[in-house]
Design a protein around this ligand. Structure first.
Ligand SMILES: Nc1ncnc2c1ncn2[C@@H]1O[C@H](COP(=O)(O)OP(=O)(O)O)[C@@H](O)[C@H]1O
Ligand SMILES: [Mg+2]
Length: 297
């Protein structure tokens, strides 16, 4: 079931087309990473989903986690953490969250539970001005997740956070995902998001360059897979032409990895090797440099 179905979405500014004919769907309970250079159209897409700006063309359809179609009279419950959320520094964490809770019609019990979930319960009576960057960002997340949204939109949620705060944030997001929340996260932190995202939506100059899981993107870009053999392993004198040696590693196009593994185990009788597939950062660079239009899964 799709929480968000985007069809032919086009947004033009007077001197610029920010998004051109985008078609994507976000499934209930998945985490999608929104990737692309600055100016690619990521924030524009988030603002269109939020409804704070309007598209020239195309539609966005929403369904809640029960599968009900949402509309003007029963809008989807969306949580949003903007890139630079400014919070009232002279209020306590509790006051700030209670303010957002009033706007959303959320009970005080739920405010306490959310403070707990975001590890802010013990500091709720301290002024936000005294909070660390990690604590402020957790308060930002707390206002976004108040009221158990069906869709969570996060713009660079972990920028400037230490690894402990970052890990905590993703633990919180993963537990929301397990109860059916759909998450769209815009980020430049690729090694981190590779551990957490189910699919990747790559924009380039307003165009959809790719949308799929990592394996689909690896297949589409077909970058090399590298295999490191143990130092005592002996390579045959000649390799089939689809394999090559680079930096003491045997390599092949991603599409040939199964054949390469078979070759190493059957022809070389080597079984303790390390396979390195192209990572998200390499795949993304490939898309952005070639601006290839390939659609995954
Ligand atoms: N309000 C606006 N008026 C005119 N152009 C805009 C406006 N907002 C964004 N743009 C332009 O649209 C393009 C996409 O911007 P944006 O969605 O903010 O990109 P990203 O978030 O990927 O960095 C950029 O070229 C940007 O300059
Ligand atoms: Mg942006």
């Amino acid at each position: 079931m799709n929480t968000v179905t985007i069809s032919q979405l086009t947004k033009r500014y007077p001197s610029h087309t920010a998004l051109s004919g985008i078609n994507v769907s976000l499934e209930a309970g998945e985490t999608v990473a929104l990737l692309g250079h600055n100016g690619a159209g990521k924030s524009t897409l988030i603002k269109l989903i939020l409804g704070v700006i309007q598209a020239e063309r195309g539609t966005i359809e929403f369904r809640d986690r029960q599968g009900r179609l949402c509309g003007r009279n029963s809008p989807l419950n969306i949580g949003y953490l903007p890139e630079n959320l400014s919070l009232y520094e002279r209020m306590t964490g509790l006051k700030v969250l209670s303010f957002f809770a009033d706007l959303k019609g959320v009970s005080t019990d739920e405010v306490q539970q959310t403070l707990h979930d975001c590890n802010l319960h013990d500091v709720q009576h301290q002024l936000v001005g005294s909070y660390s960057k990690g604590m402020k960002q957790r308060l930002g997340l707390a206002q976004a997740i108040l009221g158990n949204p069906d869709l969570l939109l996060l713009d660079e949620p972990t920028v400037g956070l230490d690894s402990h705060s970052t890990e905590y944030m993703y633990q919180t997001l993963n537990s929301l995902k397990r109860i059916g929340c759909t998450i769209l996260v815009c980020t430049h932190e690729l090694p981190l998001i590779q551990n957490h995202a189910d699919r990747y939506l790559i924009l380039g100059q307003g165009n959809l360059l790719a949308f799929g899981d990592l394996e689909a993107l690896q297949q589409a870009t077909n970058l090399p897979t590298r295999i490191q053999l143990p130092s005592n392993a002996e390579l045959p004198n000649s390799l089939p032409e689809e394999f090559f040696v680079d930096n003491d590693q045997i390599c092949c196009d991603f599409s040939m990895r199964a054949e390469l593994i078979k070759f190493i185990t059957t022809q070389c009788q080597v079984f303790d090797f390390v396979v390195s597939d192209p990572n998200l950062s390499q795949v993304l660079s490939c898309y952005l440099s070639k601006s290839k239009r390939i659609e995954g899964r």
